[in-house]
Design a protein around this ligand. Structure first.
Ligand SMILES: Nc1ncnc2c1ncn2[C@@H]1O[C@H](COP(=O)(O)OP(=O)(O)OP(=O)(O)O)[C@@H](O)[C@H]1O
Length: 256
């Protein structure tokens, strides 16, 4: 099957520091894959290159067989690459529904100048998306009063408005309680399977990684040192060596 995303010899150097070095991998349609690695391994830098926020020093990224290296983030988004952020990006003064309506409008590349106009647009698709992420009952609440876990769900609905084929999620469960983490990831993976959407996510919580990823890639000092099933990655001596001495993460690798 043709790869959805193809990353070839990707690198990003900051002076002498090789934040990402010679990283190559493919993602197939419908895959759910985690990207892990200790602090400073290069995960965010790699994500930023996939999203068009950071220019690679070398290498290419192709999406559906077309090179996207050098495109702006908005252009990459229009090709079908969606994203969620470590710090949620919503409009606090709007209601939950208005936030998603706005995202739906933007996805159809329609501009608006007055909220009164936006309010009448995209109501049905926005409500449908809120239903999918489990937020239908909170539609009329201002985003500013949402609990953190609900904000993450709202952000997911906003990302889905563009109907991405690939969703990049940078630490989707950061700052959440354990039960909320599992709930959110169950929602995300359920949506991915329903839509055939591909997911690549970074995550520090090994319980989340081993419960929800179908395959796992491990970055260490900029290089990809492992890519395999969760069980194989957990048993990999190179991976264990990377996590040794990092305290919690090493314990989680053993326990998960
Ligand atoms: N703009 C930049 N300028 C200089 N160095 C940078 C820049 N961005 C990242 N780095 C360095 O590149 C390396 C990789 O950082 P990156 O944030 O990608 O790691 P990470 O795996 O996402 O870490 P974390 O898990 O802590 O978020 C680090 O040494 C970091 O200090």
């Amino acid at each position: 099957m043709t790869a959805l995303l193809q990353v070839t010899h990707l690198a990003r150097h900051y002076g002498a520091l090789r934040a990402v070095e010679d990283v190559s991998f493919d993602l197939a349609p419908g895959e759910i894959r985690a990207l892990i690695g200790p602090n400073g391994a290069g995960k965010s830098t790699l994500f930023k290159m996939l999203m068009g926020e950071t220019r690679p020093t070398a290498g290419t990224v192709s999406f559906e067989g077309r090179r996207i290296t050098g495109l702006r983030p908005a252009q990459i988004c229009r090709r079908g690459v969606g994203r969620t952020f470590q710090i949620t990006g919503t409009w606090p003064s709007m209601t939950v529904l208005e936030n998603v309506q706005t995202a739906c409008l933007a996805a159809r590349r329609r501009t608006f100048s007055l909220m009164g106009y936006a309010r009448r647009q995209e109501v049905a698709p926005a409500r449908a998306l809120l239903g999918i992420v489990g937020m239908a009952e909170q539609a009329e609440r201002p985003a500013a009063v949402l609990a953190y876990g609900d904000l993450k769900r709202l952000e997911l609905a906003i990302a889905l408005a563009n109907d991405p084929k690939l969703l990049l999620m940078d630490e989707p469960t950061a700052g959440m309680a354990a039960t909320e983490r599992a709930d959110l990831m169950n929602t995300v993976t359920g949506i991915a399977r329903d839509r055939g959407m591909t997911i690549l996510f970074t995550e520090h919580d090994m319980d989340v990684v081993f419960a929800h990823a179908e395959s796992v890639m491990v970055l260490d000092r900029g290089r990809l040192i492992a890519h395999d099933t969760p069980d194989a990655v957990r048993a990999d001596p190179r991976v264990q060596a990377v996590y040794l001495g990092t305290g919690l993460d090493a314990a989680a690798l053993d326990d998960a």
